[in-house]
Design a binder for this molecule. Structure first.
Ligand SMILES: [Fe+2]
Length: 273
């Protein structure tokens, strides 16, 4: 089974982030690679109308297309008056359904013996560089100076609580697929990276080392790695491409990726499972 994962498309009608034409080109090269399934791993667009327009670019592929949101997709939409709660609580999923794509927070994809499960996941500060001595409370307090989510999302949920909620739901879907004897391999796709091998470390840069708190969830990654049928974890969010093999002894290796997309330069990775 060939799985294509793209991420961080940041589709933007005005073209300040990523021009629609660049996404159209990406879709053409996706088609050329003849995937059996495709996943969009979050930070899809700038605003709700652009979110749905971007999904529409993927609806004619003739294979299942899964979607997880990213933190940018949860930013309050000022033009349409859509709050973060309204977006997360239904609007994003409804856009996905209208375009015939699979909202991976509710459903999973199965192609032959391979299952694809996904979640946006959320950062819980566990990827903070060990050299930075800051507590969770301090990281929550300084977030507005370091990460735009603090200003652009208009709910008051705590990051750690939201991260735990998404982890529980992801593991439920993962275990439901893995418990089926017909499934031999599971690919996990998330917006927020889950593994140390997906995190970019720059120990010489204290600001980068601190903002890594908002760039990963190693807690969820640890739980996912306990599941033997998991063969690959693919994420986005950082715009820094990564590719690694995580050895697990008797449980076998896991391929880990971060999709190397950047503004105006959307990319995808291809996996054979
Ligand atoms: Fe992101």
């Amino acid at each position: 089974m060939r799985l294509a994962v793209t991420s961080d498309l940041h589709y933007d009608f005005e073209g300040h982030l990523t021009r629609p034409a660049a996404v159209e080109e990406l879709v053409l090269s996706l088609v050329d690679s003849r995937p059996d399934a495709v996943v969009l791993a979050g930070d899809i667009a700038n605003g709700y109308a652009a979110f749905e327009a971007c999904l529409a670019e993927f609806k004619g592929l003739g294979v299942p297309v899964g979607v997880v949101a990213g933190n940018h997709d949860l930013w309050r939409d000022e033009k349409l008056g859509l709050s973060t709660e309204a977006l997360w609580g239904g609007a994003l999923e409804e856009a996905c359904e209208r375009q015939g794509l699979v909202w991976l927070e509710s459903r999973s994809i199965r192609v032959g013996e391979v299952a694809v499960v996904g979640s946006m996941c959320w950062y819980d500060y566990s990827a903070l560089d060990p050299s930075i001595a800051m507590t969770r409370e301090e990281l929550a307090r300084v977030k507005s100076a370091l990460n735009a989510d603090a200003r652009k999302m208009d709910w008051r949920r705590k990051d750690a609580d939201f991260a735990a909620e998404l982890e529980r739901a992801l593991l439920r879907r993962l275990d439901a697929q893995a418990s089926d004897p017909a499934v031999t391999a599971v690919a996990v796709v998330t917006h927020v990276p889950l593994l140390e091998q997906q995190i970019t470390r720059r120990p010489e840069d204290p600001r980068w080392s601190t903002t890594n708190a908002y760039y990963g969830n190693l807690t969820t990654g640890h739980a996912v790695l306990q599941r033997p049928k998991v063969k690959a974890i693919v994420s986005g969010h950082s715009h820094v491409g990564q590719q690694a093999v995580v050895e697990r002894g008797a449980l076998g290796p896991v391929a880990a990726y971060v999709v190397p997309s950047d503004y105006q330069q959307p990319k995808f990775v291809l996996l054979e499972l």
